[in-house]
Design a protein around this ligand. Structure first.
Ligand code: ADP
Ligand code: MG
Length: 570
């Protein structure tokens, strides 16, 4: 177990301490695990019904995150995944009760029902008006099966919001209770887990899942779900969860709902957005009207990766209560309104000039194709090298460039204007490759093109000058000198070797051969260099003994150029 905690026995108090310290609107009741609205007394004195929720911890931001004007008056936190004691609930009731009374919103777990229920009974005996609403929104379990009833899941947060708005309107306890009960009856939730979670005091996960396994319809305490299955696509997961909820709520076309896409704790925001987008599409396909939708971490199960989807039927009144102001740390500031037009047309890129195209037979095209083929072929090798000393994306970046160039090469300008060909190639790379190597290769080709522009008949010497200019461009943009362990350690010696050989009167083929040798040796030598630039610099001396992948790539594509032209000559 690896957790950011001080002591397994202090997880809950330490967490509540931090929560209260960061929220001037919240207070932690001394010596307790109860978070109350700082203005709870004033609100009660105004005749507002006080709302209390809570349960085991581990579901953050529930429930302390929903304490504040417009939602809860207090949240009672038990130990992780353990209901709070009767007396803790009683303390919370006494702390926030006013003349209008108290409504307890409880998730349907046996321990919670007993402790909140008993506390309510004792408080009533003390003369406090207390009502209790149980949320049982888990549609994975049958409504009446051989179990302790449907569990309370993320839909509980909707009940907090609706009841909170009703209480803030000043409605009496009986009405707030009925409104909360009706809302709870209009909600369905189902979730899926990709990983288990670890209760700090237990020290190890509550269950295990194989790499490719998911658990459908789990509870939020890591208790087993209804079925274990193979991992499927986000769309397929959403479809199955929604089908179950829609069926349970008997939703049909033109029915109006609010949607909650809930992170169970360990889901990256990116994946949550994928699920959220998918859920909107799936509901649109059913012609169900999504009046409001929120996606985020609302009610979690510690660090469990996975999501739950919640639908609540809404009418205008319920919508108004969802829209009503709530000042809490966890209820989202976004209105929940769904974008009408979520995709906007991008400004069009300049259209390539029409005219002659790069012919299949041209030497330039065959060289470009050979370079691309080599880069595609060595993708795994470059990936592995970049994984060792960088972030592992170089192989993908280079192969993405190669793919796009091959795809677009038919539209490239004719070989009679090689500078234009290089410029178009640069534009392709600029568009599809990011990272560090993208702009460096783009500038390399642009500088070479500019040098070619100045020449009438590009012979070997002109190409050599263009290569030198290209390397200078890379060094200028990247700020790397030879010896800094970058692609420059292959490019620079290659450019020098090419010039020297041609000046000595060697044939173009021999000169290119010398350049490839120089690049290969330069790339190999990077294994002994200390990284100072790029991501390898974070790896530091751990990179020693491994060659720079960018430099290695240069030697590989130069080699591809050399062998294509050699075959041409023979
Ligand atoms: P990143 O993932 O770091 O954005 P890439 O994976 O696209 O970068 O490219 C990594 C390669 O880029 C390195 O192996 C190195 O050869 C080269 N490189 C990194 N920084 C520079 C720089 N400042 N100048 C020239 N080349 C660089
Ligand atoms: Mg990289």
């Amino acid at each position: 177990m690896k957790k950011l905690i001080n002591d397994v026995s202090a997880v809950v108090p330490d967490m509540l301490d931090g929560l209260a310290a960061f929220n001037p609107g919240l207070s932690l009741l001394q010596g307790s695990t109860i978070i109350v609205r700082a203005d709870a007394e004033a609100a009660a004195a105004l005749g507002e019904v006080a709302l209390i929720s809570g349960g085991g911890s581990g579901h953050e931001p529930a429930h302390g995150g929903y304490v504040g004007p417009g939602m809860l008056s207090a949240a009672v936190a038990g130990e992780v995944f353990t209901s709070p004691s009767t007396d803790a609930v009683l303390d919370a009731i006494r702390a926030v009760a006013g003349p209008a009374g108290v409504l307890l919103i409880v998730k349907n777990y046996t321990g919670d029902r007993f402790n909140f229920g008993l506390a309510a009974e004792i408080a009533r005996a003390e003369g406090i008006a207390v009502e209790m609403v149980t949320v049982a929104d888990d549609v994975a379990l049958s409504a009446s099966g051989e179990h302790a009833g449907r569990r309370g899941l993320a839909g509980t947060v909707f009940v907090h919001k609706i009841a909170g708005a009703a209480a803030a309107e000043g409605l009496p306890l009986s009405e707030v209770t009925q409104i909360a009960r009706d809302a709870a009856a209009s909600i369905g939730t189902m979730g899926v887990a990709l990983t288990p979670c670890t209760v700090p005091a237990a020290g190890k996960p509550g269950f295990t899942l194989a790499d490719d396994e998911i658990e459908w319809g789990l509870g939020i305490h890591g208790e087993p779900g209804v079925e274990r299955g193979a991992l499927v696509s986000a769309d397929a997961i959403v479809e199955r969860l929604l089908a179950k909820i829609v069926d349970d709520l008997k939703l049909k076309a033109d029915d109006r709902v609010a949607l909650l896409v809930n992170n169970l704790g360990g889901t990256p925001s990116s994946e949550l957005s994928i699920v959220a987008g998918s859920a909107l599409r799936a509901l649109a396909a059913r012609h169900i009207i999504v009046e409001r939708a929120w996606s985020g971490t609302f009610l979690s199960a510690l660090e469990m990766a996975g999501v739950s989807l919640t639908l609540m039927r809404v009418d205008d009144q319920r919508l108004a209560r969802l829209d009503a102001a709530a000042t809490t740390s966890a209820w989202p500031a976004l209105s929940g309104r769904v974008a009408q037009v979520s995709v906007k047309q991008a400004p069009a890129a300049p259209i390539a000039a029409s005219g002659a195209r790069l012919s299949r037979e041209s030497a330039l095209r065959r060289v470009i194709e050979a370079v691309c083929a080599r880069l595609l072929e060595v993708e795994p090798e470059l990936t592995e090298m970049d994984q060792r000393v960088g972030d592992g994306d170089l192989g993908i970046s280079m192969s993405r460039a190669a793919h796009s160039i091959l795809q677009e090469i038919d539209t490239y300008p004719a070989e009679s204007a090689p500078a234009d060909v290089l410029r178009t190639m640069s534009a392709t790379i600029r568009r599809v490759v990011g990272g560090t190597s993208g702009p460096l290769y783009a500038v390399m080709l642009l500088r070479a093109a500019a040098a070619l522009d100045e020449a009438h008949e590009p012979d070997a010497k002109v190409w050599s000058k263009a290569f030198t200019a290209a390397v200078a461009g890379v060094m200028e943009l990247g700020g790397a000198q030879p010896g800094n362990r970058t692609m420059v350690d292959a490019l620079h010696p290659a450019a020098v070797a090419l010039n020297v050989a041609l000046d000595k009167g060697l044939s173009a083929g021999d000169a290119l051969n010398a350049a490839v040798d120089a690049a290969t040796q330069g790339a190999e030598a990077t294994a002994q260099m200390h990284p100072r630039l790029g991501r390898s610099s974070y790896v530091g001396d751990r990179a020693l003994g491994f060659a720079d992948p960018g430099a290695h790539a240069v030697a590989l594509w130069l080699g591809a150029i050399e062998s294509t032209l050699r075959v041409d000559r023979s």
